[in-house]
Write a protein that binds this ligand. Structure first.
Ligand code: CO
Ligand code: CO
Length: 346
């Protein structure tokens, strides 16, 4: 039997199939405002997850995330989709409690063994995060899709939000970027085995250690880097916090193989849209290459946490990150005072 390449069945891939910021803000801007007084984090700041008060001390954190195959191996796809969905709980400083799965699968045309592998990958990744998947919903669909709805819990005074970044804060990123470009290379069939392996390792890595270190250090502002790319998610945080930022492009860690694929023109549609979207806010150094621009706005799947850390907590936080399980710890820039939420890339 011929091996089925999952990425060949999807129109986009991973978080790159997100609806773009432009369309999304148009849709959301026209929805009625949320008013329940128990909502701690709602729709107004476009944060990673919803936070809802349940008693005097605690709040529920809830998120849902699913997408089309980003790699060809079904088990890896399941792992990555689960790690990505749980990440939004971690980005809010929460602890996941349990999850439900969301699944679309061409049940009459693809072997069920593939579906089993996807689910197994998801279950094992959820267990690594200390939770179980206790139900879900599935539909018959030509294009496979998988993800989770995750419920978590957080102490109200420990919620980490995207609207608390302060001028002077240091920006710390906990995973290298470029997985969107590598995924495009996988879909095009030109990615090397070693590069695929490394991309899978990074995308399926849980942001648990980084999140726990962040909460322990008393940090208040963060987001995770997914479909809108590093600069897109940074901009989301700047807008919500009413500040600007300066990024040192050379300090941003990149995934193995990404420069090679970017130079070959392997740029996902989602990444191109992201670059257009940040155009008015990004102030590029005149020497910045087109590849650098694409990589800094590359649509990530299951990226790292982007943390805005007050200078006086930095040393303690970096020590905690170092002790916890983390892929990379990079200081990539700082928050500056700017009402127009601009990003200077140097
Ligand atoms: Co997120
Ligand atoms: Co998400």
């Amino acid at each position: 039997m011929q091996k089925i390449r999952l990425t060949s069945l999807s129109h986009g891939s991973g978080c790159g199939c997100k609806i773009g910021r432009k369309d999304l803000s148009f849709i959301i801007d026209n929805l009625p405002e949320v008013t329940d007084p128990d909502i701690i984090v709602g729709t107004s700041t476009a944060d990673d997850a919803a936070v809802y008060r349940i008693d005097d001390k605690r709040a529920l954190v809830q998120t849902v995330d699913f997408f089309t195959p980003v790699v060809d191996d079904p088990y890896d796809f399941g792992q990555i989709a689960a790690a990505n969905a749980i990440s939004d709980i971690y980005a809010m400083g929460g602890r996941p409690l349990f999850a439900l799965s969301i699944l679309a699968f061409p049940i009459n045309t693809l072997p069920q063994s593939i579906l089993k592998e996807i689910l197994k990958g998801g279950i094992n990744k959820a267990r690594e995060a200390g939770i179980e998947i206790i139900g879900g919903h599935s539909i018959d669909d030509m294009e496979p899709k998988y993800g989770l709805c995750v419920t978590g819990i957080v102490d109200q005074d420990k919620v980490v939000r995207n609207d608390r970044a302060q001028p002077g804060d240091v920006l710390i990123l906990t995973k290298p970027i470029g997985t969107g470009i590598v995924s495009k290379a996988i879909k095009s069939g030109i990615a090397s085995e070693a590069d695929v392996k490394e991309a899978v390792r990074i995308m399926s890595f849980l942001n648990k250690g980084a999140s726990e270190a962040m909460v322990y250090a008393g940090i208040k502002a963060a987001t995770d880097v997914t479909g809108f790319g590093l600069l897109g998610h940074l901009y989301g945080m700047l807008k919500a916090s009413k500040v600007g930022a300066r990024i040192r492009a050379s300090s941003v860690p990149t995934i193995q193989g990404v420069w090679n694929y970017a130079e070959k023109g392997c740029i996902p549609e989602g990444t191109k849209n992201n670059l257009k979207w940040v155009k008015e806010k990004a102030i590029w150094d005149s020497s910045t290459s087109p590849e650098t621009k694409y990589i800094l706005t590359d649509a990530q799947t299951s990226g790292g946490l982007l943390i805005s850390c007050p200078v006086d907590r930095k040393e303690r936080f970096l020590n905690l990150l170092d002790k916890n399980d983390c892929i990379s710890i990079a200081e990539i820039g700082e928050i500056v005072d700017d009402q127009e939420n601009r990003i200077w890339i140097v």
